[in-house]
Every structure is written in C-alpha cells, then in structure tokens.
Design a protein around this ligand. Structure first.
Ligand code: GTP
Length: 235
C-alpha cells in the first residue's frame, strides 16, 4: 500500500445517492465495503464526513438564522452521518471508534488525539464527528486539522467528480483533468478544491490531497495501490 495512514474525507451529499435528502443505505454500504477492503490491507484509516445531505450552516443564514447557530446544527448533521457510517462499517465486520469534537458522552468518546492514535494503531477505523467543534469552519477544515494532528500521509477527498479540472467540465468542453498539480498552481488558477482555510492548512503542513471519485467502486483501493486515479495536490 502506498500510504500507511490516511484521512478519508467523505461528502455528506454523496451519502444521499439518488435520494433528495438523507442517507441512501446502498451508498452507505458501498462506502463501507470499499473502506473494508483497504482496511484488510492494513491501512490505518481516519474518516471525516460532511453533513450537507442533512443540513448546511449557510442554508440557515439564508433563512435569517445566525450563522454560528446554523453551523452547530451542521455539526450535529455530521454526527448523524458518522453514526450511520460507523454502523455500516461494523456490520461489515470492521471495528470502529467514533469521536466527537463536541462532547456527547452518551453516544461516543470525545475527541482525544492520543486515544485516536491508539485506536489507529490497534487497527480500528476512527471516525471524527462534529467537525472541528467550532462554527465558521467546514468539515474540510476538520479533515485537514485531524490529518495533520494524526500525522496522516495524505487526505483522500472522495467526491462525485474524478479529479480537478482546468475548468468546469460540465460547462467547458475544453476542460482538462490534472493528474498532479501544485498547491501554488491551485491558488494561481483559482481552482476550488476545498475552502481556503482547509487548503492552506494542508499546504503549510505539506500534506498532499488526492481528489478522486469515491462513488466508483474500486477507486479507493486503486488510490491506495498508487494507481493514477483522480488528482493529487502537493507542494
Ligand atoms: P483500548 O483502551 O485501546 O482498548 O480502547 P477502547 O476504545 O476499547 O477502550 P474504552 O474502554 O475506552 O472503550 C470501550 C468502548 O466504550 C468503545 O466502544 C468506546 O468507543 C466507548 N467509549 C469510550 N469512551 C466513551 C464515552 O465517553 N462515551 C461513550 N458513549 N462511549 C465511550
């Protein structure tokens, strides 16, 4: 395996599958199966999942709600997805631990870095819920932060697109996909991969990001095998 310890960032919206809202069980088990495969190869796996299939902080602001209030609701949405993913992984036979950035004693452990590391060493998949625990940060920022804290080798950003393009491939027929791109070029070309806070954290800590299509079964395994899948961003 090319990477020993990874942070997998999953999109909440992708969990909807073909549904308009909530969680598609087929998609959920598809993700669990893919994760199980790489887990069997001995990769240490930490996961951060978004909450956009349930609630988005920005959406609250549009409705006149205070932004931070909305962001906390979004953090709870990530907990629902995290619990669903935890259950799916465990029913696939993968041992997991869920840690929340906001204490929810009845549901899971609080985020404790040393405990998370221990879980990884013992071969447990660790899921981090509730983002960073702070409003005004995205789950991409949570993923970057946790990846850096845990010394992960890479962030694997699973999306619905198969990489980073020079332009929006749905609008521009001349858009081309990058196999490799530097952090600086992403800035210069104004390509959007993650929000700037998350992106800068990765750049400054020399943490590569691979953007790939998680919805195609087998892709996650290919990324771990070091095959050319998606786009890698690095210094
Ligand atoms: P080791 O000490 O490395 O064996 O890890 P462990 O996770 O098995 O130990 P621990 O005894 O801390 O946890 C046992 C179970 O309780 C695990 O499923 C944890 O996720 C869960 N657990 C631990 N702390 C909390 C907590 O504060 N709240 C909740 N709800 N569950 C917890």
């Amino acid at each position: 395996m090319k990477y020993k310890r990874i942070l997998l960032k999953l999109s909440g919206e992708s969990l909807m599958g073909d549904k308009a809202f909530g969680i598609d069980n087929n998609r959920l088990s598809l993700y669990a199966q893919q994760i199980k495969k790489i887990h069997e190869n001995g990769v240490e796996i930490a996961i951060v999942i978004g909450g956009g299939n349930i609630f988005r902080g920005v959406q609250a602001e549009e409705g006149g709600m205070d932004r931070s209030h909305g962001d906390y609701m979004g953090m709870l949405a990530t907990m629902i997805n995290s619990m669903a993913l935890q259950a799916a992984l465990e029913s696939a036979g993968v041992e997991t631990r869920l840690q929340s950035a906001i204490e929810m004693k009845a549901i899971c452990e609080p985020f404790i870095k040393r405990k998370a590391l221990r879980h990884l060493e013992k071969g447990r998949v660790v899921i981090f819920g509730a983002g960073t625990g702070n409003p005004f940060f995205t789950t991409d920022s949570a993923a970057s932060l946790r990846a850096i804290e845990l010394n992960a080798d890479v962030i694997l950003k699973g999306t619905r697109v198969d990489g980073i393009y020079s332009a929006d491939p749905e609008k521009d027929p001349n858009a081309t996909k990058y196999d490799v791109i530097s952090f600086d070029d992403v800035y210069k070309k104004d390509l959007s991969i993650m929000d700037m806070t998350a992106f800068t954290l990765c750049k400054e800590n020399n943490l590569p990001i691979i953007v790939f299509d998680m919805d195609t079964p087998g892709n996650l395994q290919k990324v771990l095998n070091g095959e050319q899948v998606g786009t890698i961003v690095r210094n």
